[in-house]
Design a protein around this ligand. Structure first.
Ligand code: AMP
Ligand code: GLY
Length: 421
């Protein structure tokens, strides 16, 4: 069957590779894709928020299944729109996507269902902020309510900073919402738990830990993610049961009660403290770069899994995983997450031969005149499977060194919590 894939990041190239390997796929169309996807699928340049144009192209190319990678089209209702037009599509509807699209919605849902999460207050004005400040200890986390492309969260060490950041949000710094959430700061270790969900059931879809800060030793500003590894050793069976019973089940039940059952990938962002999981955030999609370490471990045909979710038949599918571990390191443009140059050629990408266990997933890349160019902040994800994280990391680092892209940088300490620096 012809398949449409929405998005253009490392996550989408990884999904595209798995879709390409599926026995059930024929032509793949990426809207808009990147240089990596262009080698195995047809890229179609388009604004993915132009739903009407998307629909036309989906019909034109006789696409029978659409898979949505990023959050923005989901939060803006692409699934509802395509379903209304009788297109088979995988992902949550607009209401359920509010789990990611509105932090206020997500926190209220936690409160109403006793889901463990940081203490919080939803604020619409400075008076609300002052009330929370009076009774809380520093640091405090300020979160813009709506989508903010990863820039909506600030950890504040002083009250002055809380007031300054809050004011910016109330004044409309983020177009998506003028509300914000103030939260207590949670200590602990972060980990992510993934699920695939249909109207009646859900199945485990991997665990991972990522590194959000740009610099070595987790220093510097936040990014979309500089690297990740799977599985997350911190999530043992006992913690997993708590995640399912205290967080996942009450959430899915609450959405069902509101007649909007969740469907799609669900990313549960957690802080683990003293063997107790606390929900930090939900994302209504796969993570990026977490997808780049989870999918290489998947053995079962991804399209078979997605179709069984669409048919609400996940209960009857067995999803098999490789026992090997996986890590990815992100090669970024110098300057990211601040200003950086685009359009710089990555000369060696075609020339050097990588180990067969190295997967290069493209993110911000473009293919022009038979050459690869950078086209974003996060440029390439270099992933590898193996039995030992330290060996995997060494192999990835040596591959990046071989690539020798002078305009890029990367973190050499991915996985430091488990394997040191
Ligand atoms: P979010 O966009 O909600 O994932 O937040 C971005 C990052 O900020 C998370 O991955 C955490 O590292 C950090 N963070 C968010 N909320 C909290 C919290 N309540 N306590 C500690 N760290 C947090
Ligand atoms: N790596 C974090 C995210 O996908 O949101």
């Amino acid at each position: 069957m012809n398949i449409g894939l929405i998005g253009s990041g490392g996550r989408e190239h990884t999904l595209c590779r798995k879709i390409y390997e599926s026995k059930l796929s024929s032509n793949i169309y990426c809207f808009p894709g990147n240089a990596g996807t262009s080698k195995i699928a047809k890229n179609i340049e388009i604004d993915i928020l132009n739903f009407k144009k998307l629909l036309k192209l989906i019909k034109f190319y006789k696409i029978k299944l659409v898979i949505v990678g990023p959050e923005e089209p989901l939060v803006k209702g692409l699934v509802n729109f395509l379903k209304r037009n009788n297109i088979k599509v995988f992902g949550p509807n607009k209401f359920a996507a509010r789990l990611e699209g509105s932090k206020a919605f997500m926190k209220k849902l936690c409160q109403e269902n006793n889901i463990p999460t940081a203490k919080f207050k939803i604020c619409s004005n400075q008076k609300d902020v002052n009330k929370f400040l009076q009774k809380s200890k520093m640091p405090i986390v300020v979160k813009a309510d709506g989508l903010a492309a990863g820039k909506g969260v600030t950890i504040c060490k002083t009250k002055k900073k809380v007031i300054e950041i809050s004011n910016q949000i109330f004044k409309g710094k983020f177009i998506s919402s003028k509300k914000l959430v103030l939260e207590e700061f949670l200590e602990g270790e972060e980990a992510s738990y993934f699920l695939i969900v249909d109207k009646n059931n859900f199945k485990f879809f991997g665990t991972a830990q990522d590194h959000k800060r740009v610099g070595q030793n987790d220093r510097g500003p936040n990014t979309g993610g500089m690297g990740a590894y799977s599985p997350a050793p911190i999530i043992n069976k006992i913690i997993e049961n708590k995640i399912i019973n205290k967080i996942v089940k009450p959430t899915l039940f609450a959405l069902k009660k509101r007649n909007n059952p969740y469907t799609g990938f669900l990313y549960v962002g957690l802080m683990i403290k003293n063997n107790e999981p606390y929900l930090i955030e939900y994302n209504v999609r796969m993570g990026d770069p977490e997808c780049q370490v989870i999918l290489p471990r998947l053995k079962t045909d991804i399209i078979k899994i997605i179709l069984s979710s669409i048919k609400n038949n996940l209960k009857n599918i067995r999803i098999k995983w490789k026992k090997e571990k996986c890590m990815t390191i992100v090669l970024c443009s110098k300057g990211y997450p601040g200003r950086y140059k685009k359009g710089i050629e990555i000369k060696n990408l075609n020339k050097i031969k990588f180990d067969k266990n190295i997967f290069i997933f493209h993110a911000g890349t473009k293919f022009k005149n038979f050459k690869f160019f950078s086209n974003g902040g996060r440029v390439l994800n270099i992933s590898s499977l193996g039995w030992n994280f330290l060996t995997i990391r060494k192999k990835i680092v040596s591959s990046i060194n071989k690539l020798n892209w002078k305009a890029g940088f990367f973190r050499k300490d991915i996985g430091w919590r488990i394997i040191g620096h």
